[in-house]
Design a protein around this ligand. Structure first.
Ligand SMILES: NC(=O)c1ccc[n+]([C@@H]2O[C@H](COP(=O)([O-])OP(=O)(O)OC[C@H]3O[C@@H](n4cnc5c(N)ncnc54)[C@H](OP(=O)(O)O)[C@@H]3O)[C@@H](O)[C@H]2O)c1
Length: 197
């Protein structure tokens, strides 16, 4: 709950629960970079053993999505492409080797791209179950911000309890996730800088 309340819900509604579970699904498709996206019908593909198909309810809209659409991102997507690096929804189907989630579970997830669609396939390791009390709308904005915060603080900086963390740009999703993880998970002392305008 605290995590969700700290994060700005820059999310796109992909569909209402239970809608559109037929053979085709709608996806925001970019046939070319630097051109507007169009909603197109897409045909679901079969799952590989470790993959999960998710009924996407909401998708985060990140700066990196905008860069990717403008052909300014560090990785160039294969065309045609569907942007969207993070999403929330419910599990529709699991591959034969997946035991971490099951049909109907409420999840958040990351995918290289592909999130801005009614369905998204991703590896089971890129999905996390969320508690009932966390709304899917807020949850969609958690994976990139909290994933970045966790990678930076734990894996890169090896932050220890009692150490001091300075967050120089604390206003947005990433900054607030860093404050939350540093203070409440890693027990660090946090200084956060904001520009008031
Ligand atoms: N390396 C990685 O893995 C990684 C992962 C995630 C994010 N990022 C990067 O981190 C940055 C922040 O991402 P985010 O998702 O946290 O974005 P966000 O939620 O949109 O936050 C951006 C914040 O910057 C503020 N801001 C924008 N222009 C400003 C200006 N000229 N002066 C002062 N403040 C300004 C905004 O204030 P207002 O709300 O008042 O406009 C907002 O609070 C982006 O550049 C993103 O690409 C990198």
């Amino acid at each position: 709950g605290r995590a969700a309340s700290l994060t700005r819900p820059f999310v796109l509604r992909c569909r209402r629960a239970g809608q559109g579970c037929g053979r085709h699904y709608r996806a925001a498709l970019g046939a070319e970079l630097k051109q507007p996206l169009a909603f197109e019908e897409a045909v679901p593909r079969h799952l590989r053993p470790r993959e999960v198909r998710v009924d996407v309810h909401f998708c985060g809209v990140n700066f990196a999505d905008i860069l990717a659409c403008r052909d300014q991102y560090q990785e160039r997507p294969q065309l045609p492409f569907t942007p969207g690096m993070e999403f929330s929804g419910t599990v529709l189907e699991t591959g034969t080797d997946v035991s971490t989630v099951k049909e109907g579970d409420r999840v958040i997830g990351v995918s290289g791209f592909n999130g801005m669609a009614e369905e998204c396939i991703t590896d089971h390791k890129a999905l996390w179950q969320i508690p009932e009390r966390v709304p899917l709308r807020e949850a969609a904005a958690l994976p990139v911000s909290y994933g970045t915060a966790t990678l930076a603080l734990e894996r890169q900086a090896h932050t220890q309890p009692g150490e001091t963390v300075l967050v120089t740009a604390a206003a947005g999703a990433t900054g607030r996730a860093v404050i939350d993880v540093a203070a409440n998970v890693l027990q660090a002392k946090v200084f956060a800088c904001l520009i008031l305008h």
